[in-house]
Ligand binder design. Sequence first.
Ligand code: ZN
Length: 273
Amino acid sequence: MNQLTASYIIIYVFVFLFGACIGSFLNVCIYRLPNNESLIKRNSHCMTCGEPIKRRDLIPIISWCLLKGKCRNCGARISPRYTIVELLNAVLYVWIFYHFDGIMRPLQATLVSLLFSALIVVFFMDWDTQLINTYVVIFIGLLAIPEYVLCKDYTGLTLKSHIIGFFIVSVPLLLICLISHEKAMGMGDVYLMAAAGLFLGMQGALVALLIALITGSIGGLIQKHSNGDSVFAFGPYLSIGIAISALYGNQIGEWYMNFTGLNEIMNEALLII
Ligand SMILES: [Zn+2]
């Protein structure tokens, strides 16, 4: 193994471990934000016996495996979801770093990583509570600023595309929300797609919606089939759409536009605007 390969492996291991630690913080956000609890004060504690978790048992992924998913104090089962969130964030960071060639373009990889972490919080929180936290949405929207200022050479997105992205999906969702009296769509979904659209740009926002509609239909059908419930949170599916769009939005968008012949119509429409 040459020196370059070794240093690449070390960097990727570091990205994985860093991702796992951030994943641990995301768990705190997912469980405390809905209850308006502080994110920094008070140590994590066992949900059953209330015993504060010892520092040595707070190592992401590893502690849960060593304790075989049980509380050291009372032996109650600790949900594997904490570890799944840590692992998911870690694996996604590695994937993003690889996808954007994080060694050459660390800034873009970092911004998309932060976006993904926020989406993980949206996904699990909306799944549990059917609410999308405003602070998380604002965080996603703010990521668009450094993305435009520092990475526009890589993203190829113009200011116009970012601004159109803000409105292009959120406005139709807002109309559905108003017409259905927030039954078909919540205001949280509207804000999420405005913020994410600002980050992704016009085409990226449309791709995100397309994927959300496809995965949401499938997910909704499965849910209705399994428990007869036709009410479900749309935020998790929007999160999946936004995430996939952030990585593969350009390819999917181009394929779809060519496939449907929409590219010519869009080009003319953009000239008019
Ligand atoms: Zn316990």
